[in-house]
Ligand binder design. Structure first.
Ligand SMILES: Cc1cc2nc3c(=O)[nH]c(=O)nc-3n(C[C@H](O)[C@H](O)[C@H](O)COP(=O)(O)OP(=O)(O)OC[C@H]3O[C@@H](n4cnc5c(N)ncnc54)[C@H](O)[C@@H]3O)c2cc1C
Length: 275
């Protein structure tokens, strides 16, 4: 198929001094200093870059995640399919999308590109796929010429039709998106796009990118919580453990035994003033 869309992912911009912002946001919570005093120390270089990185690394191991919302990235994304965009826009917290409209944009027949999964080529069905999409393009163009508005002509466009995004996303949501979409359980196209977003961040902010991993990564949850079967067939399953395996080891070697939480445990949690 000669009119194949090419995925493009570019980090357009990010909130300046992201590490310093993270440091100051976290520090404000744990310090007697005011935020202004913290920033004065940062600007006077009284706190080394190394110390800032270390401090953030330690905080990221905890559940205190709201400061991560203060670091923001902007991406330009093009040439992804409408199949991908349906999935992408399901993310609803900490992310803002602008997507190319099929109502206002009247695509020219020769400009109607499509995304084709490699599986169609592997199955030897790529020529038929291309033929169907060429037919679709011609029908779409005829519909526009016949006076059908673009918002109605688009009804013949398939999931393979490409689309473009301008996206703003904060670091907390980017971590969550990577948790889910870098996992091999995610669909290949969105996995590829999120991998490209991560690579873009890594290009300019390697200290931040190190935390962008699938949820089983050592800097995230650390283990796989998908089904045992999915873990067994996952390439990452060779290097990251499955939740059930951790429980097996805990049961076998742990000094404490785990069991279901009973009313007695809830009472203990409720009654203890200081845990
Ligand atoms: C492998 C895979 C398969 C999937 N299959 C399907 C499918 O078959 N059908 C389908 O419909 N969808 C499917 N999805 C989409 C999925 O259900 C979510 O809609 C999508 O991943 C968006 O993530 P999120 O809900 O965490 O939203 P985000 O906006 O990314 O959430 C960010 C964080 O905020 C929390 N949050 C968001 N909204 C609320 C809320 N209202 N209340 C409390 N907490 C909230 C989330 O839990 C999360 O911690 C699939 C996703 C994946 C990764």
């Amino acid at each position: 198929m000669n009119n194949q869309a090419k995925m493009q992912v570019k980090l357009i911009d990010y909130a300046s001094a992201p590490l310093e912002k993270l440091y100051a946001a976290f520090r404000t919570c744990y310090s007697a200093d005011t935020p202004l005093e913290i920033w004065q120390k940062i600007e006077a270089e009284k706190i080394s870059h190394e110390k800032i990185r270390e401090f953030i690394g330690e905080r990221l191991k905890t559940g205190h995640a709201s400061p991560l919302e203060q670091v923001v990235f902007w991406f330009a994304i093009a040439g992804v399919s409408r199949s991908l965009s349906h999935q992408f826009v399901r993310h609803r917290i900490g992310i803002s999308f602008e997507q190319q409209s099929q109502r206002y944009v009247r695509f020219k027949e020769e400009k109607l590109a499509f995304v084709m999964p490699e599986s169609w080529t592997r199955a030897g069905l790529d020529a038929e796929y291309a033929e169907l999409l060429e037919h679709t393009s011609r029908l779409y163009a005829r519909a526009l010429k016949a006076g059908i508005p673009a918002e109605d002509a688009r009804f013949v466009l398939p999931n393979a039709a490409p689309t473009n995004f301008h996206v703003m996303v904060n670091f907390a949501e980017m971590l969550h998106i990577c948790d889910l979409r870098l996992c091999v359980r995610a669909q290949w196209e969105i996995r590829r796009m999120v991998a490209m977003m991560r690579a873009e961040i890594k290009r300019v902010l390697p200290e931040i990118a190190v935390f962008l991993q699938p949820k089983c990564g050592e800097n995230r949850m650390g283990y796989c919580d998908e089904s045992l079967h999915d873990w067994e067939i996952c390439p990452l399953g060779k290097v990251r453990p499955h939740k059930s395996k951790l429980f097996e080891i805990y049961e076998r070697h742990g000094a404490r035994k785990s069991r279901d939480l009973s009313d007695a445990e809830f009472r203990a949690v409720e009654e203890k003033e200081q845990l």
